[in-house]
Design a protein around this ligand. Structure first.
Ligand SMILES: [Zn+2]
Length: 381
């Protein structure tokens, strides 16, 4: 009797196991199919519970953690497998332009970084060396410039730490060591980190609650890194001859960046209702740049390129602030909910302004670098 009962239980367990395997196979097959027909249906779950077809869904069908902007009503991806989310890079949904605006921005800054690196004598020489075209002249260039890439900690012949820059400025003769490049590269790298983390966040945060939280935190960290990195070229070049000020400003902004990221680690801050708080935190971080900006302007009051450099920095600040205003206000989708789901909503406009702001700062950083290439410290080159 007991044996009979055990046999029945065993049979039932085997039947259950078979059913489960069948259901898993169907899930995989249907998952592949779902990718093709994803725009035709709104239902995200199959009736048997094991089948999921990955469709674009409406705002009200989203899990709570994805409900970020109620004025964007349709074309959401919800809890898609990572492969589907990744391939959605090439299909239309309400995040497509958010992903591409910052992905193209990343590629643009990657190109600018390559340009910057190929412009550096060290890298040009290294490339020449790798291509077997190393010459005695190139060897001379390497030794002449080898200090300049990492030499900021001890600028050449500087003894007066609090000496104003322009009053002691000296125009370098040709063929002398140039200003260090690494502060410029820090800015380019910081911009690329921000743009690629943002792009990845928009592409993959539809996968799961856990990944959504992780990618949002990475996105915020990327923004903080970009803001802090943007301080490096102007402060490093303007205060090349005054290391105390340089250290004070760069360590302050780095500390603020860490503080900002830490304060945004709490999961509740990723929610849409904290949009204004996040914007305020990042704007405040960026606006601390006004203090060194005023300092630089006062110290270099007689510098002829001051106006165009500051005009570029003012353009950067304007782009960032106008972009942030779109981000917080959720204009224009707020005025006509559902009308801008695919294209033209506030977050896409914000992304374009972020890239424009970074480009304006690139031009300003280039002007700072060119100036510092010509003007050295303390009348000594
Ligand atoms: Zn974004």
């Amino acid at each position: 009797m007991v044996e009979d009962r055990e046999a029945v239980v065993l049979e039932e367990a085997m039947a259950k196991d078979e059913k489960l395997q069948e259901s898993t196979t169907t899930y995989k097959k249907k998952g592949k199919k779902g990718k093709k027909g994803s725009k035709t249906k709104n239902d995200n779950k199959g009736s048997d519970g094991g089948i999921r077809e990955y469709k674009l869904v409406n705002y009200e069908d989203l899990p709570d953690y994805m409900k970020e902007n109620e004025f964007i009503q349709k074309y959401y991806r919800s809890e898609w497998p990572i492969s589907h989310a990744f391939l959605s890079l090439f299909s239309w949904h309400n995040e497509t332009l958010n992903v591409w605006t910052h992905l193209l921005g990343f590629l643009l800054f990657l190109g600018l970084t390559v340009m910057q690196l190929s412009d550096m004598p060290q890298v040009a020489d290294l490339l020449g060396h790798l291509h077997g075209s190393f010459s005695p002249k190139a060897a001379g260039n390497v030794s002449l410039n080898q200090g300049s890439l990492f030499s900021l900690a001890s600028p050449p012949n500087n003894h007066d730490h609090l000496q104003p820059d322009i009053t002691s400025a000296h125009h370098r003769p040709a063929n002398t060591a140039t200003a260090p490049r690494w502060p410029f590269l820090v800015f380019l790298f910081g911009s690329m980190v921000c743009l690629i983390t943002s792009s990845l966040c928009h592409l993959l945060c539809c996968h799961s609650r856990r990944l959504n939280l992780l990618l949002n935190r990475l996105d915020y960290a990327g923004i903080a890194v970009m803001i802090a990195a943007s301080f490096f070229p102007p402060i490093s070049y303007a205060f090349l001859c005054t290391p105390r000020w340089r250290f004070f400003y760069l360590s302050s902004i780095s500390f603020l960046a860490v503080l900002t990221v830490l304060s945004l680690l709490a999961p509740k801050f990723t929610h849409g209702s904290y949009r204004a708080f996040r914007a305020l935190l990042f704007s405040a971080m960026g606006l601390t740049g006004l203090v060194p900006a005023v300092h630089i302007t006062v110290v270099n009051w007689s510098e002829s390129r001051k106006m165009e450099t500051m005009a570029c920095e003012a353009a950067m600040a304007t782009f960032y602030l106008v972009g942030t205003a779109f981000y917080v206000s959720r204009v224009p989708e707020k005025w006509r909910p559902g009308r801008f789901d695919m294209a033209g909503h506030s977050h896409q406009i914000f992304h374009v302004f972020v890239v424009a702001g970074a480009l304006a700062h690139y031009v300003a950083a280039q002007l700072f670098l060119e100036w510092r290439d010509e003007v050295s410290c303390g009348g000594r080159t």
